[in-house]
Design a protein around this ligand. Structure first.
Ligand SMILES: [Zn+2]
Length: 175
């Protein structure tokens, strides 16, 4: 990393710390959200007897006439997430950050969760801004948001993800 980049990264980290201070909550609470911003994906961790997770959804706005768009990232941070309801069963392949190989899992299609504290971050790549907003739950997710939340809640409650490995699949040549 070049010196100029290190400076900018430090500067960003200072701004991050200032935002966290302004929100008046313990710093560690924001870790999953900061990870989602920096590295992408969903995150969960247990810290000081708190369960923390972030769930990321993507929303692309595209102007057919201008032929230009942007993908908003909506990151939801939950402190002590509580599962309210789940609906449906979707069989799908997932790759966990802890694991190199993909695995077959079952996830709900819809899921509703609440949390002791919920913060929504909207990362706008066009404006280059990250908007933060405190939300009151419960929050419902459909599709990819539901799969991500279910995956992280499984980590928080059971550590291991229940799955079938890819090598149990069979190739079939179709006529
Ligand atoms: Zn995982």
């Amino acid at each position: 990393m070049k010196q100029e980049q290190v400076k900018k990264l430090l500067n960003f980290t200072i701004k991050e710390n200032n935002v966290i201070k302004a929100l008046k909550l313990p710093q560690e609470i924001f870790l999953p959200l900061l990870f989602s911003v920096r590295y992408g994906g969903d995150w969960s961790l247990k810290k000081n007897s708190k369960k923390l997770m972030s769930v990321k959804e993507k929303l692309t706005n595209y102007d057919e006439n201008e032929k230009i768009g942007y993908t908003l990232e909506l990151i939801y941070l939950f402190v002590n997430p509580m599962l309210i309801s789940e609906e449906g069963k979707v069989y799908r392949m997932e790759k966990c950050g802890n694991n190199n190989e993909r695995e077959l899992v079952e996830r709900p299609y819809k899921l509703t969760i609440n949390g002791e504290y919920i913060l929504k971050a909207t990362l706008d790549p066009k404006k280059m801004k990250i908007f933060l907003k405190h939300l009151r739950g419960p929050i419902s997710f459909i599709g990819s948001g539901a799969y991500g939340a279910s995956h992280e809640i499984e980590h928080l409650n059971h550590d291991e993800i229940k799955s079938i490995p890819f090598y149990d699949f069979e190739y079939i040549i179709e006529e």
